[in-house]
Design a protein around this ligand. Sequence first.
Ligand code: AMP
Ligand code: ZN
Length: 114
Amino acid sequence: MNDCLFCKIVAKEIPAEIVYETGRTLAFRDTNPQAPTHVLVITKGHYANAAALADADDGLADDVLKAAHAVAVKEQVAEGGYRVVFNTGPAAGQTVFHVHAHVLGGRALTWPPG
Ligand code: AMP
Ligand code: ZN
């Protein structure tokens, strides 16, 4: 997608601090972190959100979850606990319409989220 911010990160047209990469996923630090660890895991291909990714039904959602866990291990938050969030649609606060899992950890996280 020509106009998509995260497609541009995949294409290396926009810089990002990449922390983990697989054949079909990319993980990089959020530029406005909400926790000591705040990493976004995206698919290299464009899907608007988690719903579109689920519809694709090709195992890619599985890859994203595995990548999120790998990031948590690498960031040393897996043992203490971490959160994986997909904001899906405007009412959930989604602002970038390329699917991304927020991986948050490194502090006590409140529940429920706002
Ligand atoms: P969401 O509101 O769930 O769509 O999340 C979008 C996230 O992308 C926000 O947490 C932003 O801080 C983050 N973000 C926006 N632009 C960039 C960028 N260029 N590099 C890394 N993270 C970004
Ligand atoms: Zn995209």
